[in-house]
Design a protein around this ligand. Sequence first.
Ligand SMILES: [Mg+2]
Ligand SMILES: [Zn+2]
Length: 190
Amino acid sequence: MKKSEILVPRKRAIFLDRDGVLNAELGDYVKRPEELVVLPGVPSSVNLLVNAGWLVVVFTNQAGIGRGVMSYSDLTAIHLKLKSEIYLGGSELTDIYFCPHHPDDYCECRKPLPGMLIRAAADHQIELARSIVIGDSPRDIASGNQVGCETILLLTGKTTIYDSTLFPSPQPHHVFPKISSAANWILANR
Ligand SMILES: [Mg+2]
Ligand SMILES: [Zn+2]
């Protein structure tokens, strides 16, 4: 281990999936800012977590780019809207990571692979073993479990009723109905 690695303080992060966690899951790609509907309790929950000292990082598969149904500038505009709604809640996201690739590209960042988590950890000095992944689909949970994060499933998106048979082992550590329940639990217990 290099000396610099010993001295750098490792931070804790909450990694949030986007669609179905921060904004309504449409069953199709969010392709324009008008289609992004931030879910109730999201800005206030992010604000609670940031004020408690957590980094809050979004990580999202956006294969609509690889499929040619939206452009990078569309995605930038969508994320600008997301960031501004969260800013109105009183805080800011630490970063947003997205995988733009088509599933056939076999990239290292598309969930269920943990590439975005690994990159974020390097960029922001995050200790994955003390961090938490929050998602609404088996892919989100699998990516977090692979790198030793604690994982939380929300029932606000793709998954509305928890069926453990749909989740490859290991399963989510916790299941909450909505993000505010998860944020309150984290504040009280972590
Ligand atoms: Mg999702
Ligand atoms: Zn990718």
